[in-house]
Design a protein around this ligand. Structure first.
Ligand code: NDP
Length: 478
């Protein structure tokens, strides 16, 4: 089996060992072996990025725009093939995987245009005869640490703005899903990125990630993943005064009010809670339902859950693929037990499934009779597990929706303009959805949350420049 290498200082290089990329729907299917870098190789990548920065930061916006456009187009041209690779290594269904690859292509295209929109400000000084100008400059070397659940879209929404605004990149994907990241790196290299400007270092977070976080030559760290890792990264980054941006977990509420269209409510809940096997930071894991519609909603949810097929993501009939690995599956099953012990009533699924192939399949789980203080309603499971919490009325539903340490995405299904407007104003989440699932966002507007979900500047859209640039104020005596 050929070994997929790291890309450091303009060369494809072998690692100190290798990691197997295993298909979670069929553990006998080994996708490929991927090079594992050590601390020294990671440092070499950081050094290469640092050395490339002075020249790359001065390259004109036309050249950067064209590079991003070529990358975006190449991704779109290979959407189907890369979607299959993504579905094989991560487990989401093929349509979702192809959709994710398409999104990555669109993001590069977007930043290809966005880089041509850079604007500064020119203001009169408060001191007569002077002008004050405000411009943006690239931050420098950016370390990127990404999770396994969106193996190409999340890297794309970090790498594209970083390159667009003139930064150099050291990219560490999750060890569990190096395939899409490696394919993306190949596309970036083939598109003609200059040596050192983009580096791929695959390997474990505690080694490769640790070097990126603690190396003083890395000016900014953009991280997506768990709360625990994010907190440690923030502490280390702030300790050495590096810029840091974190996107972490969620315990996202979907509020369903008595006046909701039942079909819309069920589709929002099914999509938000269970699609992508529930492995989305924006997943609706808490379904907060008012008394008048509660029983109809629960009944309709169970009917709809019965129609979902769990299976191989490459099979066209599959709605829900496997859990990403054994560890995550055990975590999900463990939370199902915890919820039962706490008194929650399991009314559908939750169990591990044995299918034709050896994989990590789980029937989606739905709990009712849950309360906001239960662990199942406070901690992120990150799997196909959702709960229903009964609310007295809209005000109570809003209170429950905000009763969480997280604040990424929140949704409401209602036909009331008054309540939806109130919810948009009073939800303590970074993203609010009305009559659409909590998961599923656009790429040209900001992505991010509040409270324990996010830290630092928002990602995506023109707001991405807040993290990837630094501001300069200049005074001129004319
Ligand atoms: P982690 O936070 O551990 O991993 C995210 C990234 O951080 C990976 O690239 C990982 O590398 C890296 N990393 C791990 N440890 C360090 C470290 N000490 N220094 C620097 N980088 C590090 O999440 P997991 O993938 O292990 O998932 C665990 C849980 O996190 C999930 O069960 C889920 O609850 C949550 N999660 C949330 C996500 C979200 O988008 N909100 C996304 C993914 C997970 P590597 O894995 O290669 O070792």
């Amino acid at each position: 089996m050929t070994i997929k290498k790291n890309y450091i200082a303009g060369e494809w290089v072998e690692g100190v060992s290798t990691t197997r990329n295993v298909n979670p729907a069929d553990t006998s299917d080994i996708i490929a072996e991927y090079a594992t870098a050590d601390a020294e190789q990671t440092k070499a990548a950081v050094d290469a990025a640092r050395a490339a920065f002075p020249a790359w930061s001065q390259v004109g916006i036309q050249q950067r725009s064209e590079l991003l456009d070529r990358i975006g187009q190449a991704i779109l041209d290979r959407k189907q093939e890369l979607g299959e690779l993504l579905a094989r290594e991560e487990g989401k269904s093929l349509p979702e995987a192809v959709g994710e690859v398409g999104r990555a292509g669109q993001i590069f295209k977007y930043f290809s245009g966005e880089v041509l929109q850079m604007r500064g400000e020119l203001q009169p000084s408060v001191r007569p005869g002077l002008d004050a100008s405000v411009t943006r400059e690239p931050l420098g070397v950016i370390g990127m640490i990404t999770p396994w659940n969106f193996p190409i879209a999340i890297p794309a929404w970090k790498i594209a703005p970083a390159l667009a605004y003139g930064n150099c990149v050291v990219f560490k994907p999750a060890e569990l899903v190096p395939g899409s990241a490696h394919a993306l790196a190949e596309i970036i290299v083939e598109a003609g990125v200059p040596s050192g400007v983009f580096n791929l270092v695959m390997g474990p977070g505690r080694v490769v990630g640790d070097v990126i976080v603690n190396n003083t030559q890395v000016d900014g760290i953009s991280f997506t993943g768990s709360v625990a890792t994010g907190r440690n990264i923030a502490a280390a980054a702030v300790g050495r005064m590096a810029k840091v941006q974190l996107e972490m977990g969620g315990k996202n509420p979907l509020v369903v009010l008595d006046d909701a269209d039942l079909n819309t409510a069920v589709e929002c809940a099914i999509n938000g809670a269970f699609f992508s096997t529930g492995q989305r930071c924006t997943a609706s894991s808490r379904l907060i339902v008012t008394e008048g519609i509660h029983d109809h909603f629960v009944e309709a949810m169970v009917d709809r859950l019965k129609t979902l097929k769990v299976g191989n993501p490459l099979d066209a009939a599959t709605h829900i693929g496997p859990v990403v690995d054994e560890r995550q599956l055990q975590q999900n099953l463990n939370y199902v037990e915890i919820a039962k012990e706490e008194g929650a009533k399991l009314i559908f699924g939750g169990e591990q499934l044995q299918l034709e192939t050896e994989g990590f399949f789980q029937q989606p789980a739905l709990f009712v009779d849950t309360t906001s203080d239960m662990r199942i309603n406070r901690e992120e499971v990150f799997g196909p597990v959702a709960t229903v919490i009964k609310a007295r009325d809209y005000e109570h539903a809003l209170e429950l929706a905000n009763d969480t340490e997280f604040g990424l995405s929140a949704g409401i299904v209602t036909q009331s303009l008054k309540n939806s407007t109130h919810f948009k104003r009073h939800s303590q989440a970074g993203m609010v959805m009305v009559n659409v699932p909590t998961a599923g966002v656009d790429y040209h507007v900001p992505f991010g949350g509040r409270k324990g979900s996010s830290y630092g500047a928002r990602e995506q859209g023109s707001y991405a420049r807040e993290f990837y640039t630094t501001v300069k104020t200049a005074y001129t005596l004319a």
